[in-house]
Design a protein around this ligand. Sequence first.
Ligand SMILES: Nc1ncnc2c1ncn2[C@@H]1O[C@H](COP(=O)(O)OP(=O)(O)OP(=O)(O)O)[C@@H](O)[C@H]1O
Ligand SMILES: [Mg+2]
Length: 341
Amino acid sequence: MGKNLILETIAREMHTGVVVLDKNGAALYANPFFLKSFPVNGGIEGKSVSESIKSELLLKSVEAFLKKRGGASEDIEIAEGTRFFSVHIVPIKDKADFSLILFLQDITEEKRVETIKRDFVANVSHELRTPLASIKGYSETLLDGGMDDKKTLAEFLRVIDRHATRMSRLIDDLLILSRLESHQMTIVASPIDLGELVTSTVKGFEKQARDKGITLSALVPEELPNALGDRDRLEQVMVNLLDNAIKYTPSGGSVSVSAFLEAGCVRVDVGDTGIGIPAGDISRIFERFYRVDKARSRELGGTGLGLAIVKHIIQGHNGRLGVESKPGKGSVFSFSIKACR
Ligand SMILES: Nc1ncnc2c1ncn2[C@@H]1O[C@H](COP(=O)(O)OP(=O)(O)OP(=O)(O)O)[C@@H](O)[C@H]1O
Ligand SMILES: [Mg+2]
């Protein structure tokens, strides 16, 4: 096997852009991946890299190499439009001749994951800091003599308890999400009576609805077939949707839940006459920590994880999840999963 053929195949198939520049900075060779990532009309050969790459950082570095005709290889990171590349620049010398090889690796995806991770840590820290600051403030006041008054003591302890509950709920939700995402919490589907699940979770919210002055109703047909699902996980879905419907509906409104058969699936609709969701936010509400009105949701005790959990669970069932909403009129969240035949 000829060495040239082997080298040619490597250059053609590798997922790294390679471009070789001569001592004047004109391209001698570019592999297909480079040409695909940085297309130039009529090809790059004989032209300067600035024809295809706009990053000033890279162009400056290339210029410096060409000027001093040598030096140690260098690694830089560049942004090209919406993409990111890590660039390894290697000067090679052959007698009086000099050329420069650039290896460009697309690291856009790594960058994206990095950003998600960073945002996630920032969000969690922020969500924990708020209740923790209250707990610390109130307990310090008590220790500073506030304990003497029995009424103040009880009141402050209640605040501390509320914030501690909030923190433990946040941790619980994060653990559920992380288990769902890492597939440690598997969905075990078996025939379940979704109608009964709907009726019983709605019952569980009757007091909460009554206290807020909201009419709560459930409509489930007698002959609804069983669905294939994981009862505990679907109960979590119902609890999150009902909690939202009641939370985001002002006093005097109503929340109605219905279950029915549709195209071989059992579908559940949770409708409310609440504040609704602006069209621009709809696509984002299933992201973790996303809340339309941060201040308002936090006041109501929310951290924006409920719908992220709902989405994971329904996806785990290969089900469908949808929402229709009109600001000021109300929202309907629906999910459907396969019925048993
Ligand atoms: N039924 C609804 N009506 C109006 N807005 C809603 C409704 N359900 C969800 N939202 C919006 O979507 C956002 C995300 O909902 P999600 O359930 O994930 O978080 P949350 O309710 O704020 O907090 P958590 O569920 O963690 O307590 C909410 O903050 C709210 O802005
Ligand atoms: Mg919620």
